[in-house]
Design a protein. Sequence first.
Length: 117
Amino acid sequence: MQPKDTTDNEAFKGFTNHECPFMPCHKGVKREFNCLFCYCPLIAYECPGPYKVFIDANGMRRKDCSGCNLPHNGIKQSWNFIQKWLEQPVLWDGKPQTRFQVDLPEEAIPDYRPRTP
Ligand code: SF4
């Protein structure tokens, strides 16, 4: 049992920093903005986000996550999303995003995802 399992208080799942000068740092967030994952825990792992790949000054392949709002779109939703993808993390291989359909809980389905016909 983890500490989070001993309480009904879900404040640990996130917060909104209304005083942040960069708010809103990502467009398209329609739910309560979650600032907890400002530095996304999935940056080094496979994820379903719409990142673009770029080469940094040291020649390293990096994710440009400026078009992703998954870690921010709703306090509980973004918490659930991050927890799900950290259950069995897979190191990112540096390749471009090709994932279009992912198995997310209903409450964590992002708005940007293309729908299948
Ligand atoms: S694309 Fe989104 S989910 Fe993936 S690492 Fe970047 S911010 Fe996190």
